[in-house]
Write a protein of this length. Structure first.
Length: 275
């Protein structure tokens, strides 16, 4: 089964997600440089805090807390250094740290060194520069898993639609490299079953074809800035995760033709970018 991740800094919503079967609660502290590259886009820019890690961690019993920190940086008058940020996130209870928007192996090496085995490390591969030096990155000891960020990576390549990375061979090639190194991996996000420009069930089947073990539940899975009733949120999570798990069983059992699914994805994505 895929490890499902959901972004929230709300303890009550974190509990609902955990009870529904979400594996990782994702506290998103990244903000340095993010608006500059995503400004004007309908993307999640959360700017959560260290205290949010502590608050979410306090209410969970089984789900892991994952914190996305900022890209590697030095201290300025506006923010602390990466070293201080990493130390604070671990002290607050983060089980996994995600490093975003790196471009060199040196950045990943520094990240792993600063974490120093105190939490799991998960680099978020989302720049063309990082793809170019991926072999050097994967040679670094201490990487626990890796995730391909389709949104920023597609922006970096100037693509019209982020799921073109599933059809042009980029993600498949990267997954092969991760698998060869014995590093677990995931990519992108998924909406509720039957929803999304590229339906979630198509993306989930592609995770199984490529051997992926992790996916983010996108904002559209349960947009808590729009849906505020806690009973409705709970129902959305319970039914949504149950539907995903039921579909996963079909993908894992061979009931879903994964090769045909890939052909369907190619066709759908082509129609979207032509339209």
């Amino acid at each position: 089964m895929l490890k499902l991740m959901y972004i929230t800094n709300s303890p009550s919503i974190a509990q609902i997600a955990e009870n529904a079967g979400v594996d990782r609660i994702f506290v998103d502290m990244e903000y340095i440089g993010k608006y500059a590259r995503q400004g004007g886009m309908d993307t999640v820019q959360s700017h959560h805090t260290i205290e949010d890690i502590r608050r979410v961690k306090a209410v969970l019993t089984s789900s892991e807390v994952m914190a996305r920190i900022n890209p590697i940086h030095e201290a300025t008058s506006e923010y602390s250094s990466s070293s201080e940020e990493i130390d604070s996130a671990i002290e607050a209870g983060a089980d996994i740290l995600m490093l975003p928007y790196f471009k060199t192996a040196n950045e990943v090496e520094k990240f792993v060194r600063l974490v120093d085995g105190r939490a799991k490390t998960l680099p978020l591969l989302e720049t063309p520069e990082a793809v170019e030096c991926i072999d050097d990155i994967l040679s670094i000891r201490g990487i626990d898993s890796i995730h391909v960020g389709l949104n920023d990576l597609s922006l970096g390549y100037g693509l019209k639609f982020m799921f073109q990375l599933l059809t042009d061979g980029t993600v498949e090639k990267l997954c092969g490299k991760f698998e060869d190194r014995g590093i677990s991996y995931g990519f992108g996000g998924i909406a509720s079953m039957g929803k999304g420009m590229l339906p979630a069930e198509k993306i989930i089947a592609e995770h199984y074809r490529l051997g992926s073990t992790c996916a983010i539940l996108s904002r559209s899975f349960c947009n808590t800035s729009i849906v505020t009733d806690m009973d409705e949120i709970r129902l959305t999570f319970d039914e949504g995760v149950r539907s995903i798990r039921e579909w996963e069983k079909k993908c894992a059992s061979g009931e879903v033709d994964l090769s045909k699914n890939k052909a369907d994805i190619d066709s759908i994505v082509q129609k979207i970018i032509e339209g």
